[in-house]
Design a protein around this ligand. Structure first.
Ligand code: SF4
Length: 408
């Protein structure tokens, strides 16, 4: 059974190649950077979550206390940033962090004044994770901001802090909410008669409410099932070496794509046949020079890296002359290096080896032999004397590099 999220499918709709890079090739993207915009979004969401968690137990906080909670979250984040030496980035240099804080305060104040005393609703859940079946083969998973019961109607709510009022995107949002409804219906159908989806555009103090009909749900469901079938089909083709089946789709969003530097549409050095055929001889000659110069630099760097590995290995040998430890952690300023020793056995004469394990009645247990992984057989199951012509024993040293603070 395949598992999808709405953002996965929407990435595919935005650009099939981006989907491939992200979810099939799993090419790492730059580390997530906390910006004032993402913080505003998450802190406003957390404050509204706190408000409705309290409302659900008949303990509605005062507006002043709610804003105190909101500002405490900002302070906590700012302290965390200071302690860990990172900076909250403000992309638009015309604004300061305080401008963002005031923006959030204004959203929450207006929202509170408009909806207080919060008596007409029963909150079913906030920040709710839903997992549902789109059909027998597809599982979907996502979070919704809030689910309420208003008389005999269930209402899904989603908060937006965008500074631009979306026009075209809006339908996409409603599509998302419609999909969440399929999950809610699967869980709670007997408790409600009507369903609604509500989007809060906090910056504009606009609430966009839509009734959800079974027809609409069926349309959206079918659209997503078809898209997922298309993705699965391309994944199969890709696995069968059709490397171009996930096509590019250029749009203004390309400028913010994490894969811009490797995308064939924007990268001069790529394997796209059309672009390759357009290369002039002069360009090609200079690319050859670049290629050789890069290869030389890589080989110089590899040599330097090997030199450092050698130093680490000698350091470990000095620290552990009797070869008693298998793992060493050498701490750097930003990174740690773990040096691990592993006994590695390689088979030199496979025929003789098979003959031997047959005689020892071990062949059936190891009939599907992984020749790279015979260590287990030698070290655990076979205590017969070693015959050199059949295998070699060596020490395998591995170097793993990880960022400091992450558990190794
Ligand atoms: S840069 Fe544009 S076309 Fe290329 S992978 Fe990203 S979204 Fe797709």
């Amino acid at each position: 059974m395949s598992k999808y999220s709405i953002s996965q499918v929407q990435t595919y709709v935005q650009c099939p190649l981006k989907y491939r890079y992200k979810y099939v090739d799993k090419i790492p993207t730059p580390e997530f950077v906390e910006t004032a915009d993402t913080l505003l979004w998450s802190i406003v969401h957390k404050t509204l979550e706190k408000l409705y968690d309290d409302v659900s137990i008949f303990k509605t906080p005062s507006k002043e206390n709610l804003l105190k909670f909101y500002y405490n979250l900002w302070t906590k984040k700012e302290n965390e940033a200071k302690e860990n030496w990172w900076e909250i980035q403000v992309i638009n240099k015309d604004f300061t962090i305080n401008d963002y804080k005031h923006r959030g305060e204004s959203y929450l104040t207006k929202y509170y004044d408009k909806h207080s005393p919060f008596e007409d609703i029963k909150v079913i859940d906030t920040e709710m994770q839903i997992m549902f079946k789109l059909d027998n083969d597809i599982n979907f998973q996502w979070f919704i901001d809030r689910l309420d019961k208003v008389w005999n109607t269930f209402v899904i709510s989603d908060y937006k802090t965008n500074k631009r009022l979306p026009t075209e995107e809006k339908d996409e949002y409603i599509e998302q909410l419609t999909l969440y409804w399929i999950g809610i219906k699967q869980k709670y159908e007997k408790y409600f008669e009507n369903m609604k989806a509500r989007l809060y555009f906090l910056h504009f103090d606009i609430e966009d409410e839509r009734d959800l009909t079974s027809d609409r749900m069926e349309q959206v469901k079918q659209k997503y099932i078809n898209l997922i079938k298309e993705i699965e089909d391309k994944k199969t083709k890709y696995a069968m070496w059709d490397k171009k089946c996930f096509e590019t789709k250029q749009s203004p969003l390309c400028q913010r794509c994490d894969y811009l530097s490797i995308c064939p549409l924007f990268n001069a050095i790529n394997t796209d046949e059309e672009i390759v055929s357009e290369l002039s001889e002069k360009t090609l000659a200079s690319l050859v020079d670049d290629f050789i110069s890069l290869s030389n630099q890589i080989s110089d760097l590899e040599k330097q890296k090997d030199g450092l590995k050698d130093i680490f290995q000698k350091y470990v040998l000095k620290k552990d002359p009797n070869n008693e430890q298998t793992d060493f952690l050498i701490a750097g300023n930003t990174w740690n290096v773990r040096v691990s020793k592993k006994t590695k056995i390689s088979v030199l004469d496979k025929d003789k080896f098979i003959e031997k394990i047959k005689k020892l009645w071990l062949f059936d247990s190891y009939a599907d032999i992984s020749w790279q992984n015979v260590d287990k057989l030698f070290l655990k199951d076979w205590s017969a004397s070693i015959e050199d012509f059949m295998w070699a024993v060596s020490q395998d040293i591995r170097f793993d590099v990880r960022k400091v603070n992450k558990k190794i």
